[in-house]
Design a binder for this molecule. Structure first.
Ligand code: FMN
Length: 174
């Protein structure tokens, strides 16, 4: 099979993951290999390659933040996923702030920030799966109502190979 098999599962939602300690030793990278594992307690699994600078920080501090970008952050998402190491922080037009419950920063421009503590991790092949427990959620009420994302809120869908789309229409209301 010539296609890389993971591409058969795309498009996937694209997120930003911050790590480390703010201010000081912190970083941000783009990730779409992220999935919900449990609702109560809320666990999210984040798959991070040991080649990433982010990997070293998550290993060291045991915390991360999953920041949910709206589609206006596409350029920043692309850069955070193309450049490695904290030098990129100066280039990115993102505002980092101290988290409420973790030392890793939140992204002010994101429509949601999920502050998490790593509760377990294991290397599977070329990525390590970090099972992370939500300890402080934040969302922008302009983007979400009580139960769900508003239809007009546009998120970033990665189609793979550097092609991005957004959620553009409601096809059915239940
Ligand atoms: C759309 C997109 C999604 C990505 N998803 C992941 C991912 O889920 N896991 C991962 O380890 N790297 C992923 N990457 C690659 C990292 O974001 C990239 O290697 C980044 O430069 C790492 O930054 P760092 O070394 O500063 O941590 C993705 C990149 C892009 C552009």
């Amino acid at each position: 099979m010539s296609i890389r098999p993971y591409r058969l599962l795309y498009p996937l939602r694209t997120y930003l993951v911050t790590s480390g300690v703010y201010p000081g030793e912190y970083n941000v990278m783009t990730a779409d290999w992220i999935t919900v594992v449990s609702a109560r307690p809320f666990y999210v699994a984040v798959s991070i390659s040991p080649e990433r600078y982010t990997y070293k920080l998550v290993k060291k501090y045991g915390e991360l933040v999953v920041a949910v970008p709206g589609w206006e952050l596409l350029e920043e998402v692309w850069e955070a996923g193309s450049l490695s190491g904290p030098a990129k922080l100066k280039k990115l037009k993102l505002t980092f702030e101290r988290g409420v419950a973790v030392k890793s920063p939140v992204v002010k421009e994101a429509i949601a920030n999920l502050e998490c503590e790593v509760v377990d991790s294991k290397l599977y092949g070329d990525h390590e799966l970090y099972i992370s427990e939500l300890v402080s959620p934040y969302y922008n009420p302009m983007a979400f109502n009580a139960e769900k994302i508003k239809p007009e809120t546009k998120v970033i869908l990665h189609v793979a190979g550097g092609r991005f789309m957004t959620n553009d229409s409601v096809i059915r209301e239940l």
